[in-house]
Design a protein around this ligand. Structure first.
Ligand code: M6R
Length: 604
């Protein structure tokens, strides 16, 4: 999604501005741009890749010591050049912006009345004109005055013609960091953008503004009082950029899952609250329920965990889509553990849901997250870091299975605290968890069979996914993967729901992917399979070795390993990831950057 880099230096900072955008590219964007001061404000923009922007500016000798750059993921206005950032106001003020300004139409009307002309359809352009309108010789003061009029979420970086050695940043609801260099300083929407440039990072808080100059950085809080924000050393994470033998990051990340799970479980010798933080024992002791908040794939991890937490730990658990929860009237319970699940830790809806829960007095919060320095990790009391490594493919894969591993540990922890896990059972569950990487390897070896299925599948227009119990969320995740990257319309149902409506859709043109673990619901599921077959539907069944489901007319079976007990969902999602991947590949789609989507969804 949108990315920001800004710099003030004594050298040409264009390479830093472009390199920063390259580091943020994997998040998804549809246009990009850069502006510098060089005897006036100069700008270059592109509706293609950062590489094209780079080529464009190299050809024109574009350079400057102060500047800002941006990758845009369109919200207001199509991805065309005039909507790409930076936006200028009368060649005097330049702005880049992440987030959404909700009251931009009102502000635009006022500014039009004051004589400002708008060239884009964006909400961002109002910020440029507003800062210009309020500018009375001090950029910081103009920005501070402007943001008091903005409603919504923003991270902005601004510079102006009259004070060319200064960049002012401000944030509310969208992340922004400051990077400290020697005789040069930076702002960015993520520390990752500055990797290789500086590792001394300070994180702005909501309502902060920052005055960035070559040799000095000053932070002001929402009341315009000077504040100190802690400087942290943020080591560049391995970008995971090397594809190795794989064609796409998604394929690489699917195959990294055994390693990612092993890393996520590293050091777990026993089930103990301390796995979730030093204060966890005290917090967990008075918890009587769990509320999980997340979006997309992370939400499906939460749905799976609900089955575990209620069945194994006997702990009442509610799972909510973050964007729904934040606007819904709920009954808060201060003894609820609020669990946020997120790969990026920067998802705007999940962060807002966290804030909402906290505002309702629910202060016992735990983030299960893959980004150690993310806002979510900084804003929750407890943390479990998944160690999936950087996930570049927009379609989440290894983040999901590592989230599940962490959630299973959480389940075991509560089961033990509540007297539902004997010592022997704990040892057995830990053995099972540790064996997961090996079990995953054997599932990954099914890829050739899945490629053969993808050929049959790729040209279908619709697909149904069926699962029961803790494998229903896996069916939802499988359908999401197929939609995201192959653009095949896919829906998932709890198999028992079929006859309550969706069965009407079943014809010989409707492939029905069925997840068939050998669990207590197997016989029920076999009846659901027959219901589909009787209507001419074609079944593609991932069946555990011990289910005795055989391939026959209209029923294709891929045999999974033997049933893996409660952890079976972690194994069953993998062939669905591979199926989606190979369908997308067969269709020639951009697997890692599917249309319209972004990796990190930092706007509401
Ligand atoms: O970073 P998060 O886990 O908070 O992201 C949540 C969703 O945006 C994400 O899982 C999305 O659904 C993925 N593209 C799914 O593959």
């Amino acid at each position: 999604m949108c990315g920001i880099v800004g710099a003030v230096a004594s050298r040409d900072i264009v390479p830093v501005l472009i390199e920063g955008l390259k580091r943020l590219e994997y998040r998804g964007y549809d246009s990009c741009g850069v502006a510098v001061f060089n005897d006036g404000l100069k700008r270059a923009r592109s509706v293609r890749r950062v590489h094209d922007l780079d080529t464009q500016i190299r050809e024109t000798g574009f350079a400057g010591t102060t500047g800002i750059s941006h990758t845009r993921w369109a919200t207001h206005g199509a991805p065309v050049t005039v909507n790409a950032h930076p936006h200028f106001s009368r060649d005097a003020v330049a702005v880049v912006h992440n987030g959404i300004i909700e009251n931009y139409e009102e502000i635009r009307a006022d500014l039009r009345a004051a004589g400002y002309e708008f060239e884009s359809q964006t909400d961002t352009e109002v910020i440029a004109h507003l800062v210009n309108h309020l500018y009375k010789g001090d950029l910081l003061m103009a920005v501070q005055a402007a943001v008091t009029q903005l409603r919504g979420a923003y991270a902005i970086a601004v510079f102006c013609q009259d004070e060319p050695h200064r960049v002012v940043g401000a944030r509310y609801g969208s992340p922004m960091v400051v990077g400290l260099g020697d005789g040069e300083n930076f702002v960015a929407s993520d520390a990752m953008a500055l990797a290789g440039t500086t590792d001394r990072i300070l994180y702005l808080e909501d309502g902060d503004a920052v005055d960035v100059r070559q040799t000095q950085v000053t932070v002001y809080d929402r009341n315009s009082a000077k504040v100190e924000r802690e400087v942290r050393i943020v080591k560049a994470q391995d970008s995971g950029a090397d594809l190795g033998p794989y064609r796409h990051y998604m394929q690489k990340e699917i195959f990294e899952q055994p390693r990612a799970i092993a890393d996520t479980l590293e050091g777990v010798a026993a089930v103990t609250p301390e796995l979730f933080g030093d204060d966890a024992a005290a917090v967990f002791a008075h918890i009587d329920s769990v509320l999980i908040l997340a979006c997309g794939t992370s939400y499906y991890a939460g749905l799976t965990a609900k089955y575990w937490l209620e069945a194994i730990a006997k702990l009442p658990t509610q799972v909510e889509i973050a964007s729904e929860y934040r606007y819904r009237e709920t009954v808060p319970n201060p003894r609820t553990l609020v669990v946020l699940i997120s790969q990026s830790g920067e998802t705007a809806d999940t962060l807002a849901a966290l804030k909402h829960a906290q505002s309702l007095g629910m202060s016992e919060t735990l983030a299960i997250c893959n980004a150690p320095t993310s806002a979510m990790v900084r804003q929750t009391k407890l943390t479990y870091l998944t160690r999936a490594g950087v996930e570049i493919g927009v379609a989440s894969t290894k983040a999901f299975t590592t989230q599940l591993a962490a959630l299973f540990l959480l389940t075991l922890t509560f089961a033990k605290l509540r007297g539902h896990l004997s010592e022997a059972a704990e040892a057995a569950e830990l053995r099972h968890l540790r064996h997961l990487p090996v079990a995953l390897q054997s599932v990954l070896s099914l890829e050739p069979q899945i490629i053969a299925w993808a050929d049959k599948f790729a040209h279908k227009e619709h697909a149904l996914f069926l699962g029961r119990g803790s494998h229903f969320p896996i069916a939802l995740e499988g359908a999401l993967k197929l939609k995201e990257i192959s653009y095949i319309h896919a829906e998932a149902y709890a198999a028992g729901e079929l006859k309550h409506g969706p069965l009407a859709l079943v014809t010989d043109q409707m492939p029905v992917v069925t997840i068939a673990p050998n669990d207590a619901l197997l016989e029920k599921l076999k009846s659901n399979i027959q219901e589909v077959r009787a209507r001419g539907g074609q079944l593609f069944v991932f069946a555990d070795a011990d289910t005795h489901i055989q391939s026959s007319d209209g029923i294709f079976v891929i045999r999974m390993p033997e049933n893996y007990g409660a952890l079976s969902p972690i194994l069953h999602v993998v062939p669905l990831q591979l199926l989606a991947y190979h369908c997308a590949l067969a269709l020639g789609n951009d697997v890692d950057k599917p249309r319209n989507l972004a990796k990190s969804v930092t706007v509401e």
